[in-house]
Design a protein around this ligand. Structure first.
Ligand SMILES: C[S@@+](CC[C@H](N)C(=O)[O-])C[C@H]1O[C@@H](n2cnc3c(N)ncnc32)[C@H](O)[C@@H]1O
Length: 245
C-alpha cells in the first residue's frame, strides 16, 4: 500500500533547513527512475547484512520502521519474515518500486525523515536504517534524528544501522571532510554526500541514548565502473537505554 498521507505531523518544521548539497527527493527520484548509479537502487534482494542478522534479531512478529526504505527491498523482505513494517521515504519513484511487490503487512508513506517521523512514542520494536541516515552528514541533524529514533522505539527496542563505513575504499577516495566522527564523501557521479562512521565512533556518538547489542562487519571486493575496490560495511544493532536506571 502506498500513501502520501500520514497522521498529522506534530514535528513538521521542527528541524532547520538542509545543509547545502543535501541530496533531496528530486535527486533520488532521478536515481530510481533512470540513473541507477547505486547498485541497490535496482536490487530486489534484501541487504545481505540484514539477512545475516536474522537469527540474532528474531524478526518475526516485530513492528519495524524502515527509515529511508527506497525501493522496499528490505521492508518487503521483513514483511515476508512476519514483521509488520512501515516504510518511509521522500522519493515517490522509490516508493513506486516498493509498492510493486508489497504484502499486506507493509505500509509505505512518502515522508521526509528530517521533519520527524509522525508516529507515537514507542511505536516500533526495531528501526532499520539501511544505507539511509548516512546521507545526513550534519551532526546536529543526526543528533535530532537519534533522539527521534529513541522516542519511536519501545523499551529495549533496537536500531539497526547498515552502512558503508570509514574503511570503505571507494568512498575513502572521495572524502571531502574529516572530523571526530569519521568523514564525509561526495560522489560526483550522482552528487550525493554521505557520512562514514567507524563502528567505534558510531557507538560513541549514539552512547547517550543507546548501547551496543550486536554488530557484524562485511568486507568484500567490488567492481565499481571498471575499478576494483575493497568495500566495508558494518551492520550494528544498538539497544535503547533506560534513562531512569
Ligand atoms: C541508498 S538509498 C537506501 C534505500 C534502502 N534503505 C536500501 O537499503 O535499499 C537511500 C534512501 O534514503 C532516502 N532518503 C534520503 N534522505 C531522506 C529523507 N530526508 N527523508 C526520507 N528519505 C530519505 C532516499 O530517497 C533513498 O531512497
Amino acid at each position: 500500500m502506498i500513501s502520501s498521507e500520514i497522521m498529522s505531523d506534530p514535528l513538521a518544521g521542527a528541524l532547520p533547513i538542509f545543509e547545502t548539497n543535501y541530496a533531496g527527493a528530486a535527486v533520488w527520484d532521478a536515481e530510481y527512475r533512470s540513473e541507477n548509479t547505486i547498485p541497490s537502487s535496482r536490487r530486489r534482494a534484501p541487504a545481505k547484512a540484514l539477512v545475516s542478522l536474522g537469527e540474532v534479531l528474531q524478526f518475526s512478529g516485530k513492528r519495524v520502521l524502515d527509515i529511508g526504505c527506497g525501493n522496499g527491498r528490505n521492508a518487503n523482505y521483513l514483511a515476508s519474515m512476519g514483521c509488520h513494517v512501515v516504510g518511509i521515504d521522500f522519493s515517490e519513484e522509490g516508493l513506486k518500486l516498493a509498492g510493486m511487490d508489497s504484502a499486506t503487512n507493509v505500509e509505505y508513506f512518502k515522508h521526509d525523515f528530517l521533519n520527524g517521523v509522525p508516529f507515537e512514542d514507542g511505536a516500533f520494536d526495531l528501526i532499520l536504517d539501511s544505507y539511509a541516515i548516512c546521507h545526513v552528514v550534519d551532526i546536529k541533524k543526526l543528533s535530532s534524528l537519534k533522539r527521534e529514533c529513541y522516542r519511536l522505539l519501545k523499551a529495549n527496542g533496537l536500531l539497526l544501522k547498515i552502512h558503508l563505513d570509514d574503511r570503505d575504499l571507494y568512498y575513502r577516495q572521495r572524502a571531502i571532510r574529516e572530523d571526530d566522527f569519521g568523514y564525509v564523501s561526495f560522489d560526483s557521479v550522482n552528487s550525493i554526500q554521505k557520512r562514514h562512521f567507524s563502528l567505534d565512533s558510531y557507538l560513541k556518538f549514539m552512547s547517550d541514548l543507546f548501547q551496543a547489542y550486536c554488530s557484524r562487519q562485511i568486507i568484500f571486493s567490488d567492481n565499481v565502473r571498471g575499478d576494483i575496490y575493497e568495500r566495508s560495511v558494518f551492520a550494528c544493532a544498538i539497544k535503547k537505554v533506560d534513562l531512569n536506571d
